[in-house]
Design a protein around this ligand. Structure first.
Ligand code: FES
Ligand SMILES: [Fe+2]
Length: 445
């Protein structure tokens, strides 16, 4: 280990060297390719003009996670994926086949499907033009009155579809690179975490009062822990987080926050008993055993809990069990391979409003030996409901509420700013600079 490594990387990699089990090579592949200075003006989060540019140059060009394959298990099951004014019907159109169609009738434009669900065909509610699940024309009422329509070519326009890790991705740009190319190092990194072998045990959706990038950026740094999540400081190495930016990778970044030890912000000694009590919120939880660190006791507890739930062995190192490992896929998707926090986040603009966003939070658990349970359906939180109203999110609900509680103030403050640009930390906010470097390559500055 050399002294010029970032301190978070040096700390986390040293922890992995002490791991009692083999750590996947991808977790040992640390890198900090400094994106350098980038000026991020507050208007990037508040202006309708910048949102409109994002629609044209970003959302119409990037691969986006639309749903899980398990959300549409049967032929005819479909998800309506909306982003700004774009709307796609993502449908299982046949066994082993998923397609995405622009959600607009070829007659006079009516939205074909208003919501996710099941259909045997797509029949427009206005005059009854109908298409098969594969997008080919089924029938037109009074077809004699449309002599110019050639039925064999009057198909629903398609967007591109790709799958990875049990997720369905869509892209409305026919000239974009393939999904495989777009995902860069992600598939190789997830080789030991096949997310297609997990099932969606929670899915909550919340409208939040800020730009989608404000919400998203709150989840790619651990720097805010001291102010937003003070209760986590006794069990989280927030300031010792490893942030990874790989050379040549513009779409993917990562952070690894060590868990099971006190933060550098805590000035007094924190005992192992205290850490274990906090992490399991019970006095009669696991006790530290002679010679075993709190981390290893926690890892054993998490491992045995997950294996009991799954009814099978789920191999994982201590770091995969305990630490918070989060990957980011540009522009708005975050899969976490770690087992205590098996999260997935997605962030979208709410329609064309630059001041609000749609946040999806999911949990992906290993599929039990007894078979794949049905995926949890997305639950849109009502106004007044919070993440803590979703029991499946467990202890994460309170933490997510703390994050969400700052969003409105960030958005309001950005509008009041008289500064030309935000101030960003060199290391702990490097993923935000990396994101904006890539964003600018799509949208311009
Ligand atoms: S608009 Fe769809 S059938 Fe007329
Ligand atoms: Fe947070």
């Amino acid at each position: 280990m050399t002294d010029d490594r970032p301190r978070g990387e040096a700390y986390v990699q040293a922890l992995m060297e002490q791991d009692r089990r083999p750590v996947p090579a991808s977790l040992r592949a640390a890198a900090f390719d400094d994106p350098g200075h980038v000026a991020v003006p507050p208007t990037r989060y508040t202006s309708r003009a910048y949102h409109d540019l994002e629609v044209e140059r970003l959302w119409k060009r990037v691969w986006q996670m639309a749903c899980r394959e398990e959300d549409i298990p049967a032929v005819g099951d479909h998800v309506v994926y909306d982003i700004a004014d774009l709307s796609l019907i993502v449908v299982r159109s046949g066994p082993g086949r998923i397609q995405a169609f622009h959600n607009s009738c070829l007659h006079r434009g009516t939205q074909l499907r208003a919501a996710s669900g099941h259909a045997d065909e797509f029949r427009c509610p206005f005059h009854g033009f109908t298409w098969h699940l594969d997008g080919t024309l089924a029938r037109i009422p009074c077809a004699w009155d449309f002599p110019e329509i050639e039925p064999s070519t009057f198909c629903l326009p398609e967007a591109r579809v790709g799958t990875w890790g049990g997720f369905v991705f869509v892209n409305v740009d026919p000239g974009s690179p393939s999904l495989e190319e777009y995902l860069e190092i992600l598939p190789a990194h997830f080789a030991s975490w096949p997310l297609e072998d997990r099932w969606k045990s929670a899915h909550a959706v919340r409208i939040v009062p800020c730009n989608w990038k404000v919400a998203m950026e709150a989840f790619i740094e651990s720097y805010h822990t001291v102010a937003v999540h003070p209760q986590l400081l006794r069990t989280t190495g927030d300031t010792l987080t490893e942030y990874d930016i790989w050379p040549g990778s513009s779409h993917v970044s990562r952070m690894i926050t060590p868990v099971g030890m006190p933060s550098e912000h805590v000035e007094r000694a924190v005992t192992d008993e205290e850490i274990l009590g906090l992490m399991f919120l019970t006095k009669d939880g696991p006790q530290p055993t002679e010679g075993a660190s709190a981390r290893s006791v926690i890892a054993d507890r998490i491992r045995s809990g997950i294996e009991a739930e799954a009814g099978r062995e789920v191999p994982m190192s201590d770091t995969e069990a305990v630490d918070a490992v989060e990957y980011f896929v540009f522009p708005n998707f975050m899969p976490w391979p770690s087992y205590q926090t098996p999260l997935v986040y997605r962030f979208r603009p709410n329609g064309n409003d630059p001041d609000s966003a749609v946040v999806d939070v999911m949990l992906l658990q290993p599929v039990p030996a007894s078979g794949r349970p049905p995926a949890m359906r997305p639950r849109l939180l009502e106004p007044g409901e919070t993440w803590a109203d979703v029991p499946e999110l467990g202890f994460l609900g309170r933490i997510l509420n703390q994050d969400s509680s700052t969003f409105g103030r960030i958005q309001r403050g950005l509008k009041a700013s008289v500064r030309p640009a935000l101030t960003l930390a060199h290391y702990q906010e490097a993923r935000i600079r990396h994101f904006h470097t890539t964003l600018q390559s799509y949208v311009g500055s």
